[in-house]
Ligand binder design. Sequence first.
Ligand code: NAD
Length: 457
Amino acid sequence: MKITIIGTGYVGLVTGACLAELGNNVFCLDVDQSKIDILNSGGIPIHEPGLEEVVARNRAAGRIKFSTDIAASVAHGDIQFIAVGTPPDEDGSADLQYVLAAARNIGKHMTGFKVIVDKSTVPVGTAERVAAALQSELTQRDVDASFSVVSNPEFLKEGAAVDDFMRPDRIVLGCDANSQGEMAKEKMKVLYAPFNRNHERIYWMDVRSAEFTKYAANAMLATRISFMNELANLADRVGVDIEAVRHGIGSDPRIGHSFLYAGCGYGGSCFPKDVQALERTAQDYGQDLLILHAVEAVNAKQKQVLGAKIKTRFGDDLTGKHFAIWGLAFKPNTDDMRAASSRVLLAELLHAGATVAVYDPVSMAEAKRVLALDFADAPELLAKITYASDAMDALDNADALAIVTEWKAFRSPDFDQVKLKLKQAIIFDGRNLFEPAAMTEIGLEYHGIGRSVLTRV
Ligand code: NAD
């Protein structure tokens, strides 16, 4: 099929590449010329395992192209995926300016029937706004062309995006119950047929319910994390190991093991903004989502938990102290630092007078870009950050190591070397990578999250 992807970011590029891999002819549009240039010169603008190979293979086969040409992109695809960003507006609601601009662009150029697919995460009612924006352009041009707007929220996870897209748990599709909606449904059925060979993965529903499903999923996952983080903080006070508790409750099939890890808070481009946007939707409809207020508040506090533990140990004034940070990305296998906990910890340490050496396996370039923005008004603080060439290099002369991202490469370090390099053998582990008892045996002072177990002798 001929597919257009509008917005060639994390979601758009993965969607385009994977649909091309299935034999479709894909046109990826972006307004960012530099991104398109990178792609057209054989590069990949993001770090995503396996993506480079899929893009290269399909480019060579002539099944995927990248361009900023809007008219050509509209002419190309019978199905037009909108996969642009929906960042939070000042009031927490999803900023739909990019989505609506994409819709208007389609309306400015289309001549025959098109299926418009909202793949961006958008609030309930957005499909109607997309349809209205597109229709107003058609009316202005006096063109009588029909279309249908489908909601197809994306559930891929950064760091495992290609696998998630190729082997989805579910494909949520919201279509209108009219003749255009039926035509759209048929096209979507054909497009997604390769994913349904083993068993049916499509959940058909009305458009509004599909839009809501994405927010409900992310809000649920964020709630599990904040719930465990709050319990972990209590565990620290009462002398309980939250990891033992995690196993104890996760074994109940009604609860399950996933997303029960205590840590130093969730980040990324999705959970924080989607929780906020759902709260905003609720307010617009006169309801207060009390649980989600708490989820957000707990998470904001949790991002400060490592800084608080470090200050409890070293005092509020960290002048003259030097810390190593392992992990900058908001989670492993990505270079994405949007809303990353590392940024909160860095600010806390630098403002308290410390110097910091940081290391991340893939996000060092992104870190330099993002931190220059974070500390644009405080170049004297920015100058206190050094970028280490590897994990061990970051430890030299540090008073302690703080671990913020659970990269696999950090899971089994050479602890003798760690001890040797650190000025003080202290680890603040924001992702509970290690066993406290094993750390004590090795001779490391260990501070996890919710792991201050009191042992009776
Ligand atoms: P992104 O910022 O990586 O990519 C968006 C791209 O859209 C950018 O390259 C931007 O230049 C481009 N763009 C903006 N306006 C455009 C226009 N009018 N025409 C063409 N291109 C335009 O964003 P992302 O992380 O891919 O997220 C996209 C959407 O998918 C968001 O709504 C997000 O919430 C949702 N989502 C993201 C993830 C994720 O893990 N990143 C997962 C599921 C859903």
